[in-house]
Design a protein around this ligand. Structure first.
Ligand SMILES: NC(=O)c1ccc[n+]([C@@H]2O[C@H](COP(=O)([O-])OP(=O)(O)OC[C@H]3O[C@@H](n4cnc5c(N)ncnc54)[C@H](O)[C@@H]3O)[C@@H](O)[C@H]2O)c1
Length: 410
């Protein structure tokens, strides 16, 4: 069993999470608080801090609400926009966003810059854990930065590997990769994450940085392979889903072949670009995966154009989140699909049962009623089953996710 948390007597709190109001930081903060730790969040987003302190989750994460409400009500979890709280905790975990810029360049200084606002509050005896997905070498850079400050702080890199929507189970179930330069740092990081899981995997910081990037890029490349197969089959009038079902049936070596679909969101694409930049942009496989996955909305519209006179049609997009069952629209390819369709179709209307941050979305019934053609762009569970199928009123539907179970031919 994972050990219960106990406060170190030199510190008021066990854990501070820098960037702890985000999609990764908040579930982590909740998980530690649920295991009895005293947790404080430092986040620059004042609205998100306010929301957490008021006991409102700033975004939807399945299974988080009861644990979150309990943690806030018991006083084990609170948030602040004041970096001084960084000095309160024995363990300082950094999980700010690490996006690539508009030219696909990683920002190697994002974490050091975020930390520099906190340096006046760093204290001897703390363990600094980098949890964001970082450009390889950032851990060493932070180690140097800490050494230059002259404080006795161990640095660890312990990457987050949860998938959004599964955080509250995966945080307790996935093996935790931990890495640190010194045996003491490694021991302390292992003890910290031992509060969440019994399965700890130790690597060096350089191995762990690549392990995290390889994990995401591997997934992105697998999705690209499936999407390429989909386009090949579709161009020949064949249904990729029938082929995939056929080849995976009782054939374990191909069981992990994904279906077609938009490979989007805030991680896979940008981490593939981070790895490419790390390898001096010499990453043909990663760049090809990017052109395939990012090209899928364009391919879809191109195929629809061949079948329909889009210029005279209203096209409805159902599902604007980047994945099924999520309210997160970051780097969603549904929006790329929307942009391309807006150029080609007479009118484009969009709906999503989860997304609350886009005022242009219309009620689903209205989108269905007004559209001549529908596309399902996110595989929300609500779209599955005969009840939803009936709502579509026999209108033509492009369904690359096969949520309707009628195949994926477009
Ligand atoms: N989203 C995922 O599913 C996922 C999974 C595994 C790993 N990751 C990695 O985790 C990291 C965080 O991703 P996310 O999706 O949670 O991002 P996010 O944008 O949802 O959250 C980041 C949080 O950090 C805060 N922040 C930004 N700059 C700050 C600063 N200087 N000081 C304090 N707070 C600051 C933001 O206000 C925000 O609340 C990224 O490196 C990402 O690659 C994400």
């Amino acid at each position: 069993m994972a050990a219960p948390a106990t406060s170190n007597r030199h510190f008021e709190c066990d854990v501070v999470v820098i960037g702890g109001c985000g999609h990764v930081g908040l579930p982590l903060a909740i998980a530690f608080a649920d295991r009895g730790a005293q947790v404080v969040i430092y986040d620059v987003s004042e609205p998100a801090v306010e929301s957490v302190n008021a006991g409102r989750l700033p975004f939807d994460e399945p299974g988080a609400a009861p644990l979150f409400e309990r943690a806030v009500a018991s006083g084990r979890l609170r948030a602040s926009a004041d970096p001084a709280v960084v000095g309160l905790a024995e363990h300082v975990i950094v999980v700010i966003g690490t996006p690539v810029d508009e030219h696909l360049n990683p920002n190697q200084t994002a974490i050091p810059r975020a930390l520099s606002a906190c340096t006046p509050y760093l204290r001897n005896g703390q363990l600094l854990v980098l949890r964001s997905t970082v450009f390889p070498g950032v851990t060493a850079l932070v180690e140097k930065m800490i050494a230059a400050l002259g404080v006795q702080i161990e640095v660890a890199f312990c990457p987050e590997r949860i998938a959004e929507g599964k955080a509250m189970t995966e945080l307790f179930e996935l093996p935790q990769i931990v890495s640190a330069r010194s045996p003491e740092g490694l021991e302390r990081a292992s003890a910290l994450f031992g509060r969440l899981t019994d399965s700890i995997v130790a690597l060096t910081p350089e191995e762990a940085e690549l392990a995290k990037l390889f994990t995401n890029v591997w997934r992105y490349i697998k999705f690209a392979a499936a999407n390429q197969f989909y386009m090949m089959a579709n161009d020949r009038g064949l249904d990729f889903e029938r082929i995939r079902k056929g080849l995976t049936t009782d054939y374990p070596r191909a069981a992990d072949m994904p279906g077609a679909g938009f490979a989007a969101g805030p991680c896979l694409f940008k981490d593939t670009m981070q790895l490419a930049a790390f390898n001096n942009n010499n990453f043909t496989l990663g760049h090809t995966a990017m052109t395939i996955n990012e090209g899928l909305p364009l391919y879809l519209v191109h195929r629809l154009e061949q079948r329909f006179d889009l210029s005279s049609m209203t096209v409805g997009i159902l599902g604007m989140a980047f994945k099924g069952g999520s309210d997160d629209i970051r780097s969603s390819l549904s929006y790329k699909l929307k942009r391309v369709l807006e150029f080609k179709a007479d009118t484009v209307l969009c709906a999503d049962p989860y997304v609350t941050v886009d005022d242009s979305l219309l009620p689903q019934d209205e989108v269905i009623a007004k559209s001549d053609l529908l596309t399902i762009a996110a595989p929300h569970p609500e779209y599955r089953g005969p009840g939803f199928d009936k709502l579509l009123l026999d209108k033509p539907v492009a369904d690359i996710w096969n949520v309707l179970g009628r195949g994926v031919r477009v």
